[in-house]
Design a protein around this ligand. Structure first.
Ligand SMILES: [Zn+2]
Ligand SMILES: [Zn+2]
Ligand SMILES: [Zn+2]
Ligand SMILES: [Zn+2]
Length: 527
């Protein structure tokens, strides 16, 4: 159906529809845009993606003996197995099919993917080798070094002498009787020493390290006895895409290089692909790409607009930035509004009689600049440069700042009065004093005091935004839809730092006034 000439005739009409949609509200209405001429044919081209097999090895070690992947007997055997696996992989038909399928099963079939890597999980292998601990030779235990396996060691108190000096007479053998005479020690009976209480006169005690078991856990392997060395062999495909650049029109070469895969998955190109064996034994995927291509010329308000039609969905390549010409005067007015020297409201109103500018203003009044750029780009994906879109959002932001300057100042003043009043009420003894008494902990009231700052900042931000809504809504003109108008609420109009500063300043001023009036002030006040 895609080669049906009737279908191909639809392509210029599709492009016309796109141009009309972009131009709508931007100074060229439906009937002023027409196709002057369109021609083209279905082109064919061959292309190839070479698949190179790469591999890498990731090593790890685990305590203990484990059977992981293919168990082998030595590190050399692992090296050999990896060598064999990687050199034989490409010779195996199943492997070749698996490799090719990784690309062929993608929506783009790997077309135009140059110098990219793909995993081939089905090919990955693990090898392992179990090595006994060099210290315990795979026992996990070793003979106790302290007792040498004898289970007992020399008594630490008598050092094997079986007797210790008598503590009662300090080894003198004599003691003082009740009437002050020197008599024989009645503990050692004058022997000056007694039997060692620790070893019960045997001279040895149980080994303190092995607790009498003669062995202890190997200090090298911690009892694991073995270490398993694992090698993960990981295969990857590297792609090398080639096509004949000399026979294709330059805009097509560029689109193939930049986004060929998207052209396939987006069905702009009809692609047949098959796995082929190269003469040198390597693996490749051969493509035949088919796509309509031609030149088309529109007239917009009598002026020509030339571009190229590409693919089965009427995509335009190298479309000039015609929207910039159409909206040039409105753009200049926006620039003037951003400078802020003239009648900003009037200039914004005039500038926003072009949908492009009105959208830029609406977006920058309701979203942060980065988001606004993305949203505007989505509405105008072609016919205008990215640079201009960024510029538009920047100018819109400035223009809205100028437009709302007076309202923002009155908003800040109103907010200052309101926050100040709330703060003073809070510091009344009947409020803060009562609150402090009710609270279980003294610190909580300090937290409440400081909460007044962010609370004030948020209130200021809210009031300024609300007060600024009117002029922005009014100036944006008739291009705001009813729906947009209903939920329109400007953000980013009031700089947050201003509101934060206001909250802080009003807080400090309220504190000073409360102190002067002898109200309930925080104890931490330095004045
Ligand atoms: Zn060990
Ligand atoms: Zn021991
Ligand atoms: Zn002893
Ligand atoms: Zn004694």
């Amino acid at each position: 159906m895609h080669n049906n000439p009737e279908y191909l005739k639809q392509l210029p009409k599709r492009a016309l529809k796109t141009i009309r949609m972009l131009a709508k509200g931007n100074g060229a209405e439906k009937d002023s845009i027409q196709i002057k001429q369109a021609g083209g044919e279905v082109l064919n081209c061959e292309a190839i993606t070479h698949l190179e097999l790469h591999h890498e090895i990731q090593s790890e070690s685990k305590k203990g003996a484990h059977e992981i992947g293919q168990p082998l007997k030595s590190p050399d055997e692992i090296t050999q197995a990896i060598e064999e696996a990687s050199s034989s992989a490409l010779k195996n038909d199943e492997v070749r099919r698996a490799m090719a399928n990784i690309l062929l099963e993608r929506p783009d079939k790997g077309f135009s993917l140059h110098a990219e890597y793909f995993d081939i999980p089905a090919l990955n292998r693990d090898y392992s080798y179990v090595e006994p601990c060099g210290t315990c030779h795979g026992e996990g235990q070793m003979i106790c070094q302290r007792c040498g396996g004898k289970r007992r060691e020399v008594c630490t108190q008598c050092h094997g002498r079986t007797m210790v000096p008598c503590k009662f007479c300090h080894g003198s053998g004599m003691m003082q009787s009740a009437d002050g005479k020197q008599i024989q020690c009645n503990r050692c009976h004058g022997q000056r020493q007694v039997a060692c209480p620790l070893c019960q006169k045997t001279g040895t005690v149980q080994c303190r390290q092995c607790k009498g078991s003669a062995k202890h856990e190997c200090t090298q392997c911690g009892g694991a006895a073995f270490t398993t060395h694992i090698a993960h062999l990981i295969f990857k495909i590297k792609t090398l895409f080639e096509f004949d650049r000399t026979i294709l029109p330059p805009p097509v070469v560029k689109v193939f290089e930049d986004a060929g895969h998207k052209m396939v998955s987006g069905k702009h190109i009809k692609l047949s692909a098959e796995q082929v064996k190269r003469n040198d034994g390597g693996l490749a995927i051969q493509y035949n790409a088919q796509f309509p291509y031609g030149d088309i010329e529109f007239t917009i308000n009598g002026k020509p607009l030339r571009t190229h039609l590409f693919g089965y969905r009427g995509k335009m390549l190298k479309l000039p930035n015609f929207l910039e010409d159409l909206t040039q005067r409105a753009y200049q007015r926006l620039e003037e509004a951003a400078q802020g020297t003239g009648n900003t409201a009037g200039l914004i109103k005039k500038a926003s009689n072009k949908r492009l500018i009105a959208q830029a203003l609406t977006l920058s009044a309701t979203a942060p600049p980065k988001q606004a750029v993305i949203a505007l780009k989505k509405q105008y994906p072609m016919g205008i440069s990215n640079q201009t879109i960024k510029e538009l959002i920047k100018l819109s932001h400035k223009a809205i700042q100028n437009l709302t300057r007076k309202n923002r100042w009155s908003g800040l003043a109103l907010a200052a009065g309101l926050i100040g009043t709330v703060n003073m009420v809070y510091f009344l003894p009947a409020v803060r004093g009562q609150l402090a008494d009710l609270l279980p902990q003294e610190n909580i009231i300090l937290v409440l005091d400081l909460l007044l700052i962010p609370l004030g900042a948020f209130a200021a931000q809210f009031i300024v935004s609300k007060i600024s809504t009117g002029p922005v809504k009014k100036a944006l003109g008739p291009l705001l839809s009813d729906q947009q108008r209903a939920k329109f609420s400007p953000k980013n109009i009031a700089p947050l730092w201003q509101s934060a500063l206001l909250g802080l300043m009003v807080f400090i001023a309220s504190l000073a006034l409360a102190r002067y009036l002898d109200l309930s002030v925080p104890a931490w006040l330095p004045f």
